[in-house]
Design a protein around this ligand. Sequence first.
Ligand SMILES: NC(=O)C1=CN([C@@H]2O[C@H](COP(=O)(O)OP(=O)(O)OC[C@H]3O[C@@H](n4cnc5c(N)ncnc54)[C@H](OP(=O)(O)O)[C@@H]3O)[C@@H](O)[C@H]2O)C=CC1
Ligand SMILES: CC(=O)[C@@H](O)[C@H](O)COP(=O)(O)O
Ligand SMILES: [Mn+2]
Length: 379
Amino acid sequence: MKKISVLGSTGSIGTQTLDVARMHRDQFQIEGLAAGSNVELLLQQAKEFGPRKVSVATKELADLVKHSLPAGTEVFYGREGLIEIAAGTDAELVVTAVVGSMGLPSTLAAIEAGKNIGLANKETLVTAGHLVTAAAAAKGVKLLPIDSEHSAIFQCLNGERYEDIERITLTASGGSFRDYTREQLVNVTVEDALKHPNWSMGAKITIDSATMVNKGLEVIEAHWLYGLPYEQISVLLHPESIIHSFVEFRDSSIIAQLGNPDMRVPIQYALTYPERWNSPAPRLSLAEAGRLNFREMDFERFPCLRLAYECGKMGGTAPTVFNAANEVAVARFLRKEISFLRIEEIIEQVLEQHEIHSEPTLETIEASDQSARELASRL
Ligand SMILES: NC(=O)C1=CN([C@@H]2O[C@H](COP(=O)(O)OP(=O)(O)OC[C@H]3O[C@@H](n4cnc5c(N)ncnc54)[C@H](OP(=O)(O)O)[C@@H]3O)[C@@H](O)[C@H]2O)C=CC1
Ligand SMILES: CC(=O)[C@@H](O)[C@H](O)COP(=O)(O)O
Ligand SMILES: [Mn+2]
């Protein structure tokens, strides 16, 4: 039995992680589940999977659920609750599927406790990549990517020598507004932005796909996961999301990972690595797909991707500030307080006004994250 805990169990990645556990019911034991405020779903999950510990966002929610949980289930809440689910159970692997840099303390706590990480929460690596990777190396724990592109690269690199890599390429769908001009973006709505062409995902990442911030975060995530300089990480527009990413080697060979867009596949691979288990995911037929399309990335059309590369190369707290400003701007867009194009303006303005610190400690990162958020919410 593999013992796992899930942070963000009620979200898109969290529920699909539990779908995988359900498909292999005899193989997984769920030790802990952490949710935010969807207590109805959390209660269903607790009844079905019988975790020893659960956590919710607030004390009020914890009081609300505690009498409805199966006998013996311990309830926690807030930041400390997430840390308890991450580090205080017998899980050998923790799936990090909360959104945003709020996942950093619990991810670090899980690593400190010696848990392998099934990493979906890319913002933690963007915010504090040097701390997360150093802690994982010191503890000898694995950072197993769940993000589809990073899982693809991970699979392409199986058995390969890092020095033989010439370049990795992350594919980008282009998001909801792939074929819109900059002028057409002026009046787009939240509802339109939430219609991703290929993937059904949480709201924040769906907006990030449309702004191309998602690919920017993924470039920085790849830098930390694979230890490659930014010059060896590129992005290619691929509207079908069938080639999930690929690696070019020094002998000119290219190895790619393909499949229909279905997050249960990379999630399961992270849970079962290095084994591959059966999956009901629909099989890809290349004959049916017929043709696959590719385009160079247009950095004028998608300026957030250019900004992300600049922040990644700058290092220090630049990616922290980029990420925090984006999180606030996206939340404001989703609340219909600002327009779609204002998201990138806010990120740019926060970066301009912010003092960047090099080699930051956790305290410096948390302070930069906080002040970037305050600024982004005022602009
Ligand atoms: N969705 C996808 O296909 C992919 C997602 N990712 C990454 O995975 C992460 C999760 O994304 P996704 O699943 O789409 O997001 P969702 O918005 O669907 O889910 C977010 C989860 O976080 C929980 N949460 C929110 N606030 C808190 C809190 N204060 N304390 C504890 N839990 C909280 C939510 O709980 P509740 O709903 O109960 O409030 C929910 O379970 C992100 O970093 C994203 O970038 C990466 C690749 C693909
Ligand atoms: C499923 C997944 O991994 C998402 O991060 C996905 O990559 C979003 O797609 P685009 O950012 O390419 O639109
Ligand atoms: Mn991705």
